[in-house]
Design a binder for this molecule. Structure first.
Ligand SMILES: *Cc1c(COP(=O)(O)O)cnc(C)c1O
Length: 378
């Protein structure tokens, strides 16, 4: 290790997007990429053409992008507010309650910097969950307390969480990260979990990551006005089909948002990405029409796998399903073998959190997923 590097970096590994390995051997072979929870559908041709037209005619590549994201914030606020049930004048989100990141990953890092850096705090997560919270925390030297989930329904062990919060940890827990619905397990926050989050003292940030909101249709945005220590994350990488362009946003108290705006890089979002996000929002009704199909396909997958000889499947509020081995003596090695066998057959899935996470793809991809899982069990 080079001696000018921080000593703790030696223990970290760089992020591998496809731990199962994206198949590079044969570029012509069609692979079902069901390991990263993207939409199976690219932008429709007409929207791509429009975006190309914007690039050609409106974007000056020699000029910096709009560093304040003015138009996009307004469009996001309108979209977010459509999803608030029984909205009132207080609960409606304004542009000063939104910060936009180069993917929500960037916002997660900004939140860690804003709350915990310089030994001012640590974070709490309930495993298994989205890996980026702990990964990014460690790159900043921030410690992570992990509490377990029920092996039955993946609800959080709230007693363990309370015990961790009340411990005299040094430094104290400053932020809790939850996903709603959780990845990789697919379950939305339960009423009891939400009730618990409402009791969290206001000197602790509660981050509720709604990356899969468009699939779950469940959101806490409507109660943000009552909860200054809550912050919601969303992304364009999933239902909005823009994973390649890296746009995520945070919704929260104006003062928390102001802190994120101080921390982010001034021109964090390329003009092209801003234009694409605005275009997809303007065409959201068209783009989101495939959501019911994905949910129907998800339910079909779950039903078809219910009688699988070796895999146990859980319900899902999202665009992916989660499976573990029925055998209690399941080993990570066996799961790895299934992941590898699927890969050889042409389907990439994610082995994480003691199980397999499989993205719902096109109907054809899902059919192949079922066939291949059936073959493997034989
Ligand atoms: C996919 C995902 C994101 C999105 O990250 P981006 O950086 O916006 O692509 C955030 N949180 C969770 C839990 C996710 O699964």
């Amino acid at each position: 290790m080079l001696s000018f590097l921080r000593s703790d970096l030696a223990q970290l590994m760089s992020y591998t997007p496809h731990p199962g390995g994206a198949d590079s051997a044969d570029p012509n072979r069609k692979i079902d990429r069901l390991d990263t929870n993207e939409s199976p559908y690219d932008l429709p041709e007409d929207l791509k053409e429009k975006l190309a037209g914007i690039y050609q005619n409106l974007i000056e590549t020699n000029r910096y992008p709009d560093g304040a994201h003015v138009a996009l914030k307004e469009a996001i606020a309108t979209y977010v507010n459509e999803g608030i049930k029984d909205a009132n004048s207080q609960s409606l989100i304004k542009a000063n309650q939104i910060s936009i990141g180069n993917g929500s990953d960037e916002l997660i890092r900004a939140l860690l910097i804003a709350t915990c850096l310089q030994d001012e705090g640590s974070i709490l997560v309930a495993e298994p969950t989205f890996s980026m919270y702990a990964i990014l925390a460690k790159t900043l030297g921030i410690s992570v307390t992990k509490i377990p989930r029920s092996p039955v329904d993946f609800s959080m062990d709230i007693a363990a969480a309370n015990a961790a919060i009340q411990q005299d940890l040094e430094p104290l827990i400053r932020a809790i990260f939850v996903v709603h619905p959780n990845s990789p397990t697919g379950n939305a926050l339960t009423p009891a979990e939400l009730e618990w989050l409402r009791t969290i003292p206001h000197d602790m940030l509660v981050v509720i990551d709604e990356a899969y909101y468009e699939f779950s249709q469940q959101t806490v945005v409507g109660e943000l006005y009552k909860r200054p220590n809550w912050l919601v994350l969303r992304t364009f990488s999933k239902a909005f089909r823009l994973a390649s362009l890296r746009v995520g946003y945070a919704i929260g108290h104006p003062d928390a948002i102001a802190a994120l705006e101080k921390i982010r890089l001034p021109y964090n979002l390329p003009s092209f990405s801003q234009a694409a996000a605005e275009l997809t929002l303007a065409n959201r009704h068209k783009l989101l029409t495939v959501i019911p199909e994905i949910i129907t396909e998800r339910n079909k997958l779950i039903k078809a796998l219910a009688n699988h000889p070796t895999l146990k499947i859980w319900p899902s509020d999202s665009n992916f399903i989660y499976a573990r081995l029925k055998d209690d003596n399941q080993s990570e090695k066996d799961l790895n073998q299934i992941m590898y066998d699927l890969k050889v057959k042409g389907t990439l899935v994610r082995h994480t959190g003691g199980g397999l996470r499989i993205t719902v793809g096109t109907p054809e991809e899902n059919q192949r997923t079922l066939e291949r899982l059936q073959e493997i069990s034989n």
